[in-house]
Design a protein around this ligand. Structure first.
Ligand code: NAD
Length: 487
């Protein structure tokens, strides 16, 4: 069970320790026991990491893009070779079921490294014909970028941020969530093994104050945060007051609309994926499920039946389908929302309790939970819970569904299940969300952009769009004749 890393931080191609920083115990969420201890970065460690990035970035940026890409693709191969070991580490760090981490976490990081490692060779500036004179743009890296991660997808987050940053010729200092400090260190070692020059990917640990110190440091050109909306507001104002670039991947309360003509089993499966994967700790989850009147009864019946069959338990058991929540605080928060839902008058159809699991009494488990008869103004319908709590609403018309789906400050994602394709595209065009799924939910391959609108954030991860967000344009005007000067 011991998951102790060689040291807390990874700087300039080496593990670095400074026990002067605040201790951070790594808790295995399935038992509540401590499995490792690291220390938050001291100001000295932060300076070392940023200086390492600054010193290494220029030479890296001058390398041929395809050579930078080759390093990333080698690192992607190593991630895949070590998938089983990394998945286990991720399960220990997050409590997520091993059947998920084996397919979704290191694999998704590897996908991003592979995609950006290849795509970078095809990303260039533009040429402008000015009828004799001409101009062109160069897409140049920003410099030292900071990545700040959330706890739910630690290695994926580190991969999704570092791969486009590095491919584009930047250096990165990455701060994982204080809840999940382990797998970013493993990624850093893999980058070194793949041939990434020292100093280009550095990991420093810490709580919010370390993130804030990074986000306001003069050396830093860009901050990419994955986190909650309140944290996003703080980090964006820090970055803005120093005129830094920023990408904000924040929270959501996304709608999933199921029309009468939807395939019932697909819609039920989609709604479960949209609420229960990673024990509901997914930013893009479709936690407001709107089901049209004609299908609602049958939908709820199958949904409850299939939800009651979810196997909850030891995350390291390959048969387990749902592990615990990340920590005690989140456990209390989610159970608190279940109580709020009951008090507000919603109908609890299943779950809502803490399962009894022998040997795992100290874990942060909660049963997958479904509320029906939810009203739009209830707190469980408006606030991000970040746990396996689904709210089901009724609706009658397409216009009504669109209006109610958009009635939220968030705008991360949305989904729709229907067999009527014109309707699917018509509705999706009206939904205020950064990513929409038609007849599926929560798939985010590296090839397509991912990110939010409204309070859910700005900028995009993945796809060529992410390379644009880790670069800036330089315009070059070229004269081919004489200078016409009035002087
Ligand atoms: P959080 O906002 O508490 O913390 C996120 C990160 O920000 C952590 O590393 C934390 O240490 C750091 N941080 C906290 N305060 C800071 C400050 N003042 N300055 C700089 N850094 C600071 O979020 P969390 O609880 O770790 O994650 C859950 C949240 O993240 C949810 O709201 C979820 O929706 C969101 N999320 C969004 C996405 C996305 O891609 N849109 C993905 C995953 C999670």
């Amino acid at each position: 069970m011991d998951a102790q890393p060689k040291a807390s931080h990874y700087i300039n191609g080496r593990f670095v320790e400074d026990v002067g920083g605040k201790p951070m115990d790594v808790i295995y969420p399935a038992t509540g026991e401590s499995i490792a201890r690291v220390h938050a970065a001291t100001p000295n460690v932060i300076e070392l990491a940023l200086e390492a990035g600054r010193a290494a970035q220029g030479a890296w940026a001058r390398m041929k893009p395809v050579e930078r890409g080759r390093v990333l693709r080698r690192a992607a191969d190593i991630l895949r070779e070590r998938n089983a070991v990394l998945a286990r580490l991720e399960t220990l760090d997050t409590g997520k079921a091993i059947q998920e981490t084996l397919v979704a976490d290191p694999a998704s990081a590897a996908d991003a490294l592979e995609f950006f490692g290849g795509a970078i060779a095809a990303v260039n500036g533009e040429y402008f014909d000015l009828g004799g004179p001409f101009a062109y743009t160069r897409r140049e890296p920003l410099g030292v970028c900071v990545g700040i991660g959330a706890w739910n997808y630690p290695i994926q987050g580190a991969g999704w941020k570092s791969a486009p940053a590095l491919a584009m010729g930047n250096a990165m200092v990455f701060k994982p969530s204080e809840n999940t400090p382990l797998s970013a260190l493993a990624l850093a070692e893999i980058y070194t093994e793949a041939g990434l020059p020292d100093g280009l990917f550095n990991v420093v640990q810490g709580y919010g104050e370390v993130g804030a110190a990074l986000a306001s440091h003069p050396v830093v050109a860009k901050v990419s945060l994955t986190g909650s909306v309140p944290t996003g507001r703080k980090v964006l104002s820090l970055a803005g007051s120093h005129m830094k670039h920023a990408t904000m991947e924040l929270g959501g309360k996304s709608p999933l609309i199921v029309f009468d003509d939807a395939d019932l089993e697909n819609a039920v499966g989609g709604a479960m994926l949209a609420n229960f994967y990673s024990t509901g700790q997914v930013c893009s989850n479709g936690t407001r499920v709107f089901v049209q009147d004609g299908l609602r009864e049958r939908f709820l019946e199958r949904l409850v039946e299939r939800t009651k069959a979810i196997r909850i338990g030891d995350p390291l058991d390959p048969d387990t389908q749902m592990g615990p929540l990340i920590n005690k605080l989140q456990h209390e928060k989610v159970l608190g929302y279940v109580e709020i839902g009951k008090t507000e008058g919603a109908t609890l159809l299943c779950g809502g309790g803490v399962p009894r699991l022998q040997g795992l009494e100290g874990g942060f488990f909660v049963e997958p939970t479904i509320f029906s008869q939810v009203e739009d103004d209830m707190r469980i319908a408006r606030e991000e819970i970040f746990g396996p709590v689904m709210s089901v609403f009724g609706f009658s018309s397409e216009e009504e569904a669109i209006e109610r789906a958009n009635d939220t400050e968030f705008g991360l994602s949305a989904g729709i299940f229907t067999r009527d394709l014109p309707r699917a595209h018509r509705v999706v065009a009206e939904l205020q969300a950064g990513t929409c799924w038609i007849n599926h939910y929560n798939l985010s391959p590296a090839e397509i952009p991912f990110g939010g609108v409204k309070q859910s954030g700005m900028g995009r991860e993945n796809s060529v769009a992410a390379l644009h967000h880790y670069s800036q344009l330089k315009t070059v005007y070229v004269e081919t004749g004489d200078v016409e000067s009035p002087y």
